[in-house]
Design a protein around this ligand. Structure first.
Ligand code: UFG
Length: 326
């Protein structure tokens, strides 16, 4: 299939592009490189450097490449930044997203897979979280992702565009070529690895008074390769229907302190912890029920063990990552 991947130079996007190329899809990446990196784009894919607000370039790219489906991953994706700059999040995640949908309608492209997030659930009442649970995002990032999910439904009804919204829980780990490095880095696993290698002096633990087994927040870490493979499965439903799926490994999840301990075990290095205040907006626990995508699409995460996930990120760092991606 001919597929356009927006944000295909980013952390998760670059691994999705690798998996698509591996399965012999023809891929064009559309990315403005504002946070992503040219080197992260698989050499088997084309690259168009462009902004999502540029409808003319989008329509041209879709038509020129005979695109049959879009995987839409370009977004602003930092919760804390979204609180400080809500207008940037609305503009990039909703307004620009709608330009993409309009461009698809003009170019007669009727399939889209969308990178959504667990942040659409806010502070959930019970775990594991089902797709049918209440949607009460607690920050502008989650709100804009939810608003775009709703736009997808409008364009399904109005323009016959079928969608699959994939609500990611905590993406982690690396492929051989691509891993996680943001600037600034805010995510737990890369920061703990930085503390292990001495790049930063310690890891801040954001709150130890949560009602969890060790007082720190619980998250559901899912390997970026498993996430990427779900996109290939999601493409397959789009001839028939539109739907929403959670993507996580489920189980008991891992606390912040369990993650730090696992990084100590994987690297064999000392890591200094510093307990600080809670980070505003962090839900206590986010654990996915991914039964729906398992039952309907046969998705089965291959790398469920946290150690395996961290080992892949550690291996990528030690090889002196040549293709930093954001
Ligand atoms: N944490 C620390 N210290 C740090 C960084 C993180 O204790 O230096 C804690 C956080 O408080 C949180 C956990 O580690 O409890 C995981 O934090 P991340 O920043 O790695 O990930 P989040 O769970 O905040 O964010 C993820 C995705 C977002 C998505 C969000 C949904 O990265 O895109 O889940 O809530 F929006």
């Amino acid at each position: 299939m001919n597929i356009l991947v927006t944000g295909g130079a980013g952390y998760i996007g670059s691994v999705v592009v690798e998996e698509l190329a591996e399965s012999r899809h023809e891929v064009v990446v559309y990315d403005d490189l504002s946070t992503g990196h040219r080197e992260a784009v698989d050499p088997r894919a084309g690259l168009v450097i462009g902004n999502l607000h540029n409808s003319e370039l989008l329509v041209h790219t879709l038509v020129e490449n005979g695109v049959e489906a879009v995987i839409h991953m370009a977004a602003s994706a930092l919760v804390s930044e979204s609180v400080l700059q809500p207008e940037k999040y609305y503009d990039n995640n909703v307004v620009a997203g709608e330009v993409l949908l309009q461009s698809m309608a003009k170019a007669d492209v009727t399939k889209i897979v969308f990178s959504s997030t667990a942040a659409v659930y806010g502070e959930p009442g019970c775990q594991p979280i089902l797709e049918t649970d209440p949607l009460h995002p607690t920050n502008p990032y989650g709100e804009t992702k939810l608003e775009f999910e709703r736009k997808l439904e409008h364009y399904r009804l109005g323009n016959g565009i079928n969608y699959a919204s994939l609500r990611y829980f905590n993406a982690a780990g690396a492929s051989k070529r691509c891993g996680e490095i943001h600037d600034p880095e805010t995510h737990l696993i890369p920061l703990v690895l930085q503390a292990a290698t001495g790049k930063i002096p310690h890891i801040d633990v954001f709150g130890v008074d949560y009602p969890t087994r060790d007082g720190t927040c619980v998250r559901d870490y899912v390997h970026v390769i498993d996430l990427a493979r779900a996109h290939l499965l999601a493409l397959e439903i789009l001839d028939e229907k539109s739907d929403v799926y959670n993507l996580g490994c489920g189980g008991a999840g891992y606390t912040v302190r369990e993650v730090i301990e696992a990084v100590r075990e994987v690297t064999g290095l000392e890591i200094i912890e510093r307990v600080v205040e809670r980070r505003p907006g962090d839900p206590t626990a986010l654990i996915a029920s991914s039964e729906k995508i398992k039952n309907e699409l046969g998705w089965e995460p291959e790398f469920q063990d946290l150690h395996t996930i961290i080992e892949s990120a550690w291996a990528w760092i030690r090889q002196g990552y040549k293709s930093p991606s954001n």
